[in-house]
Design a protein around this ligand. Structure first.
Ligand SMILES: [Zn+2]
Ligand SMILES: [Zn+2]
Length: 377
């Protein structure tokens, strides 16, 4: 190791080679993401992949150490990657612009030593947790508000029985996620994400706590399992908690211990794009699917009582429930996540199966199929 790490080398347990070997995915390059990326680069992590769909606004500059005024309007992932690269040109930094759910492949997740969740809403946290827990990739989650900073580690790779992020959440959290949607998973018109009041203080604490969870997780004397550090930045009180697994968890309780992962084209053909499961098997989709609009009571539109859709429900909002013929808001959205194999083949053959992945259970193994575009790109 070069002189760059002289002071790290003085720490008897600091394994610079191990840190160098890490390949880290950071989801969210906002206030906490900035801090985490800065810490990872300075620690000497070998590779960092940064994903964010958002652009920099002037008010981000009060707590984003990697951004300057000249960056306003740029994509957060790209600006953060450039700044990280300036901090250490030897670090391999990659920016991915877009939503991680669409842009990050199973392969990219599986080659990550750990995923940092630095996002600002529960919907995204749920999705990151779902993928990491299914694929067995260690997850570190960081969160802030104006007063508190928290960091949690879910070592899914190192401990197959680890609790997940959803195992210990209060029901109020689900209400906040539900607030984003009208009934049935159509997006609410003009829903505005709750803005989190915060400062650079909680962001830097959370970034430091999250990064130290990573660093200290390699120590031999570290306890295993999921755990949380919670800091009150006003009183300086810190609490630690071991996070137990919840057998009724809405997320990980449905994961089978035996899981296998495949890639397949999303087009549904006469033979399904994955090893032929029995026709009465149930396929569960990763995302709610709007199957059709139904107008059972509209006399004007009785000629078209059912309009097939078969697309992500998230692509539609309440305004689409308006009947395009008579203008009455009375169309019913038929939204489903489960289909039998024979139903997919008979009703939806030739169509792309929407969503990130689908799964079914075959002989006690949960078969998770990542849905790819035609070119497997
Ligand atoms: Zn869970
Ligand atoms: Zn109508």
């Amino acid at each position: 190791m070069t002189d760059r790490y002289l002071r790290h080398n003085l720490i008897d347990w600091f394994d610079q080679e191990l840190v160098k070997s890490l390949n880290i995915l950071v989801v969210g390059a906002g206030a906490v993401g900035n801090e985490v990326i800065k810490n990872l680069v300075l620690l000497g992590v070998g590779a960092i992949r940064i994903v964010d769909f958002d652009r920099i606004e002037i008010h981000n500059l009060t707590r984003s150490v990697l951004f300057t005024e000249g960056d306003v309007g740029r994509n957060k992932a790209e600006a953060a990657a450039e700044a990280a690269q300036r901090l250490d040109p030897a670090c391999r930094v990659e920016a991915i612009v877009g939503d991680f759910w669409d842009r990050i492949s199973f392969g990219q997740l599986q080659e990550s030593s750990v995923v940092f969740s630095c996002v600002d809403n529960f919907d995204a946290r749920f999705r990151i947790n779902r993928l990491c827990s299914l694929l067995g990739v260690d997850l570190i989650n960081a969160g802030i508000d104006s007063r508190f900073a928290s960091a949690e580690i879910f070592p899914f790779m190192r401990d197959s029985d680890s609790a997940c992020f959803e195992c210990n959440l209060p029901p109020s959290t689900y209400q906040r996620v539900a607030d984003r949607y009208s009934c049935g998973w159509l997006r609410k018109v003009a829903y505005e994400e709750r803005k989190i009041p915060t400062t650079a203080i909680t962001a830097s604490y959370a970034g430091a706590m999250a990064t130290s969870l990573l660093l200290y997780s390699f120590r031999d004397d570290m306890e295993g399992g999921a755990r949380r550090v919670f800091l009150d930045t006003i009183t300086s009180n810190v609490s630690k908690a071991i996070l137990p697994r919840n057998p009724a968890c809405p997320c990980c309780a449905t994961h089978f211990p035996r899981r296998t992962i495949l890639q397949a084209q999303r087009i549904i053909t006469s033979g399904l794009p994955w090893p032929q499961p029995a026709s009465d098997l149930t396929v569960t989709c990763s995302d709610p699917i709007l199957v059709s609009w139904e107008t059972p009571h509209c006399a004007t539109c009785s000629s078209r009582p059912s309009v097939p859709v078969f697309d992500l429900a998230a692509n539609y909002d309440e305004s689409h429930a308006m009947c395009s013929n008579c203008g009455l808001k009375q169309r019913l959205a038929v939204i489903r996540e489960q289909f039998t194999v024979s139903e997919l083949m008979e009703r939806f053959s030739g169509r792309p199966l929407p969503g990130k992945f689908a799964f079914f259970v075959h002989e006690g193994t949960q078969v998770i199929v990542e849905l790819m575009e035609r070119d497997h790109d």
